[in-house]
Design a protein around this ligand. Structure first.
Ligand SMILES: NC(=O)c1ccc[n+]([C@@H]2O[C@H](COP(=O)([O-])OP(=O)(O)OC[C@H]3O[C@@H](n4cnc5c(N)ncnc54)[C@H](O)[C@@H]3O)[C@@H](O)[C@H]2O)c1
Length: 338
């Protein structure tokens, strides 16, 4: 039985705890949050004891989830690594590239099992699209159009306001939310060579951009555009829409977990549409991964092997995020990533 602890017991910690509830071989033993009431209610719902410090969680656990707001991640990860325990850290790893690099170096030097909350790498819809991006039958990727929008996450289902504080969140929609998207884009197109970005701040929250448009050129010549928006339309949940163009095919994704996804193949085959269970089965048959990132993490801890996606994978997304902010600061000047 893997003993699991949580530091930070808010929105995403609850989501992981629910997913762990269906995993054999794992039990939540301890949790801590600076908001004691929140930690008490987490322990009452998901089990284990509410303890008085992060170090007490780490001491009692084999594997620790770091689910605090972002600025706390580096110090907490360092404590988990020092105790030689497995770590699941939420994305973004940190508010700066330098810290993300240091965290990645530390987990790698210690050899601890590490996973990052880039959970869309387990989504059937994105796994299907990534497979199409790599399939040579239709040619190589030409263009990728990626739109991501959600209501600004300091209202609605988000029972917290830290995302309006650049000290805790780093900045706005690009690092806090679209680090997922930049990770998915480099997963589909390969290494990114050039990044250019423009940002805007319509809500006028200092240091928190609510609109970012990023143009990317991959080393293989493919181009991508990401539009990331935080608006006030509470009726719209977080949504992603992606179109991938190749010479011989156009693929579409609407709905970032269960689809639907579509494929239109040259010269004029009828479009294919997949969603739900059928899509999940197809994704699983090609890579063998579960749709439960927490089940995958626990299996990696039990087998004392590396987990997926790792800190090293997240670091690549952080490099692109960093370049996008550098570019936006110089009115969209292209930044070479090499
Ligand atoms: N993977 C995803 O799709 C996803 C989704 C949502 C959030 N996140 C990430 O998860 C993290 C948490 O987001 P959330 O939405 O759960 O926020 P939240 O506000 O709901 O929960 C964060 C909790 O951390 C606690 N906390 C802060 N500093 C602490 C410390 N030093 N020690 C103990 N507890 C501390 C807060 O009191 C709060 O209860 C962020 O980094 C966010 O970017 C990832």
């Amino acid at each position: 039985m893997i003993k699991v602890g949580f530091v930070g017991t808010g929105l995403i910690a609850r989501s992981h705890a629910r997913q762990l509830g269906v995993v054999d071989g794992a039990a939540i033993v301890a949790c801590f949050d600076i908001d004691l009431e929140r930690a008490n209610s987490f322990a009452a719902e998901f089990g284990g004891s509410r303890v008085d410090s992060a170090s007490a969680v780490i001491e009692q656990s084999d594997a620790v989830y770091v689910c605090t707001w972002t600025s706390e991640h580096p110090d907490l990860v360092a404590q988990v690594v020092a105790a030689d325990k497995a770590i699941f850290c939420e994305k973004p790893l940190a508010t700066t590239l330098g810290e993300a690099q240091a965290m990645t170096d530390a987990v790698s030097a210690a050899g601890v099992t590490n996973q990052v909350g880039l959970v869309l790498r387990h989504s059937p819809a994105f796994r299907w699209l990534q497979k199409q991006s790599q399939d040579d039958r239709y040619g190589s990727p030409m263009s990728l159009v990626f739109r991501d929008d959600q209501y600004i996450p300091i209202q609605g289902m988000y029972g917290s306001t830290w995302r309006s504080d650049p000290k805790r969140a780093g900045a706005g929609t690009l690092i806090e939310h679209s680090v997922h998207d930049l990770d998915l884009i480099t997963w589909m197109l390969g290494p990114i060579e050039t990044v250019s970005c423009h940002m805007a701040n319509h809500h006028k929250i200092a240091g928190i951009e609510d609109q970012a448009t990023v143009t990317l050129k991959a080393r293989n010549g493919a181009h991508a555009v990401l539009v990331s928006v935080w608006h006030d339309v509470l009726s719209r949940p977080s949504q992603r829409r992606v179109e991938l163009f190749k010479m011989g095919a156009v693929f579409g994704l609407e709905g970032d977990w269960n689809g639907p996804v579509t494929a239109e193949l040259a010269p004029k085959e009828s479009p294919v549409l997949l969603s739900g269970g059928e899509l999940a089965e197809m994704a699983q048959s090609h890579d063998g991964l579960s749709t439960n990132p927490d089940a995958e993490f626990i299996a990696a801890v039990a087998e004392q092997r590396q987990a997926y996606p790792s800190f090293a994978i997240a670091l690549e997304a952080h490099r692109i995020v960093h370049a996008a902010y550098q570019s936006a600061a110089t009115d969209g000047a292209p930044i070479l990533l090499g």
